[in-house]
Design a protein around this ligand. Structure first.
Ligand SMILES: [Zn+2]
Length: 294
């Protein structure tokens, strides 16, 4: 029997320079969002006191006749401090039971503090951690915003990089290379927002990579780094260098493979709240100049 001739011509489709293949399920192990712990709701109002005027019945008639007491108003009882006056409203972060409890512009929603008066999208806010913003909204630059609004480009302030959709769709990743005449290889990779940075290695995939956990379910990934610039587990601020651009792992050339994840699921990448989707398929179609300035 003759062997079946197999066409062994392997067509290597050279797509574009500096891309990388599906790094697999890396995100799955880092998708644990910190669970929101709602504080127990104090359901008890002030205990009702027994205000009934039942007097023990007198037994004998020897009691001195009482004068008719003058009709006096019962003394005004000051309401306890914890009861808000009915004509005022609850400010942000105050526990509430309904939207109508809260001052104008606030809703009664859930934050990390529990069920409190809080702001919806674009409402003013003051807390660093967004406790006065409803749901998953964070307090970004003084107003309640979707968490992704906090992210800036993962490369240095003022630099222009072009980007394309990662070759095999994975978590809505983008690949970035520099297009302003500067070198991509060795260029600083910077934190899109503040958080906690951890070092990772995946041979044949992401290579050296950093994961920054920003809290509230948000993470960013930076793959194929030549080297790390921060210790494992360190706290970083927005714009801080966390590594240098390289081509480690499954990569055909220096680039930054970048992802934004919410609760472990890749999101359409946004810088300053503006989405880069729909993504271009090739480098050179669109560029983005970083305003991730320290
Ligand atoms: Zn990639």
């Amino acid at each position: 029997m003759g062997m079946r001739a197999s066409s062994s011509t392997v067509v290597l489709a050279v797509l574009t320079a500096a891309s990388c293949s599906d790094p697999g399920e890396i995100g799955a192990t880092y998708g644990d969002a910190p669970g929101e712990q709602a504080e127990p709701v104090d359901g008890g109002g002030p205990a009702e006191t027994d205000a009934s005027g039942e007097a023990p019945e007198g037994q004998t008639g020897d009691a001195a006749p009482e004068d008719d007491p003058p009709e006096t108003e019962p003394p005004e009882v000051e309401p306890p401090e914890s009861d808000p006056p009915a004509n005022e409203c609850l400010e942000a972060t105050a526990p509430c039971g309904a939207d109508t409890d809260c001052c104008a512009g606030l809703d009664c929603g859930t934050t990390t503090l529990g069920q409190v008066c809080c702001g919806m999208s674009d409402a003013p806010c003051a807390t660093a951690n967004g406790e006065d913003c409803c749901g998953d909204l964070l307090c970004v630059d003084g107003s309640c915003q979707d968490g992704a609004s906090m992210f800036k480009a993962p490369y240095a302030c003022g630099q222009s990089w072009t980007y394309d959709h990662h070759s095999a769709e994975v978590r809505q990743a983008l690949d970035f290379i520099r297009d302003d005449g500067g070198e991509t290889d060795g260029a600083p990779v910077v934190a899109s927002a503040g958080g906690w940075a951890t070092q990772h290695w995946e041979a044949g995939g992401a290579g050296n990579y950093i994961v920054i956990d920003h809290g509230w379910g948000w993470q960013t990934y930076y793959f194929h780094l030549w080297e790390f610039s921060v210790p494992d587990g360190s706290q970083v601020v927005q714009g801080q260098q966390v590594g240098t651009t390289g081509s480690t792992g499954n990569s055909s050339g220096p680039h930054i493979h970048y992802e934004q994840l919410y609760d472990g699921v890749g999101q359409a990448i946004r810088f300053n709240g503006e989405s880069l989707a729909p993504y271009p398929a090739y480098y050179g179609e669109r560029s983005y100049v970083s305003d991730n300035c320290p």
